[in-house]
Write a protein that binds this ligand. Structure first.
Ligand code: DGY
Length: 312
């Protein structure tokens, strides 16, 4: 008999087909599967979920045979890792394979804000170019300073890309990362004060919640731009909306939000703000690679081996 697993978010068809081959897959996102899940819950030994979705402790309680939570992503902020370990549940992620795409998203957001790409698209479609209206000049990244908040794999990949654009790189990280040769700063505020583009790449957890606050934004200054490819919770959204509204900072490029996919309505009218629907790792190539890692972790678990990318 095939082992039973619960899939919380859709994956690529090719990956779901492979899951179906190996497992009896219950799908929580399909309404007609609810009854089946209710019946199957004592048999479900694995859950596959997204980094932004995770699995709550209540949901874990609901699944008595659960042995592995395979996150299709790198964020672990939506799973209580300690509780999972205490219950002998492995939690796995998909590290490495999404680094480049998330870093590319950071660059795309930065250029879109500095060079008004999204705004230019609207300007042309609305016929304003044809009417002879003036489009604002952009800002060149060359010679500017990128400050990276959180120098993990994604932060490093973003810094390497920014260097190609002629930017100098500074960073703040919990532990020093001297091998990069980039300028270390001792607080997020000091980093912001020495940055033109503040790139938020730090993992979300209790220590980083709201770490980008009103003080940090004020230090970034009226010509400064913030990019967030990490998690919405790292930034104090009240402070950010206020800073955008009153011109304390020049703009923002955001892929992540508190409470997504429902976001604060003020973002929709926020000046010089580019919004993305949490697409950092969303390319076909990377979603296949992430799916392969999810499959490798599940196969190892069901073979009685340690899943290769366990994080707890
Ligand atoms: C991640 O890897 O955690 C992405 O943000 C997807 O949720």
């Amino acid at each position: 008999m095939k082992p039973e697993i619960l899939l919380v978010e859709p994956m690529l068809d090719v990956i779901e087909a492979r899951l179906d081959e190996a497992y009896l897959v219950h799908r929580r996102y399909a309404a007609n599967e609810q009854e089946a899940i209710e019946k199957a819950k004592p048999a479900i030994r694995a859950v596959v979920t997204g980094g932004g979705t995770g699995l709550s402790n209540d949901q874990i309680d609901y699944l008595p045979a659960l042995g592995i939570i395979a996150i299709n992503g790198v964020g672990t902020d939506k799973v209580d890792l300690v509780n999972a370990r205490c219950r002998d549940i492995d939690v796995t992620t998909t590290p490495g394979v999404l680094t480049d795409d998330v870093a590319d998203t950071g660059i795309a957001l930065m250029l879109s804000v500095l060079r008004h790409v999204a705004r230019g698209d609207r300007f042309v479609r609305e016929g304003r170019w044809a009417k002879g209206e003036t489009f604002p000049l952009g800002t060149s990244p060359k010679g500017k300073r990128m400050g990276i908040l959180g120098l993990g794999q994604i932060g490093r990949a973003l810094g390497r890309r920014a260097e190609v654009f002629g930017m100098t790189i500074g960073y703040w990280n919990r532990s020093p990362q001297s091998d990069t040769g980039w300028i270390a700063h001792s607080t997020p505020k000091e980093l912001a004060a020495n940055s033109d583009v503040l790139a938020v790449c730090v993992a979300a957890n209790a220590a980083t919640e709201g770490i980008v606050d009103a003080d940090v934004l004020e230090a970034l200054g009226w010509e400064g731009v913030i990019i967030n490819v990490a998690r919405g919770s790292v930034v104090d959204e009240n402070a950010l909306l206020q800073a955008l509204k009153d011109g304390t900072i020049a703009g923002a490029g955001l892929d992540v939000f508190v409470g997504e996919p429902t976001i604060r309505e003020e973002f929709l009218t926020s000046p010089n703000t580019v919004l993305m629907p949490h697409q950092g790792s969303a390319t076909r190539e990377t979603r296949i690679a992430m799916g392969e890692l999810v499959l490798a972790n599940l196969h190892a678990f069901f073979n009685g081996e340690k899943p290769p990318t366990t994080v707890n």
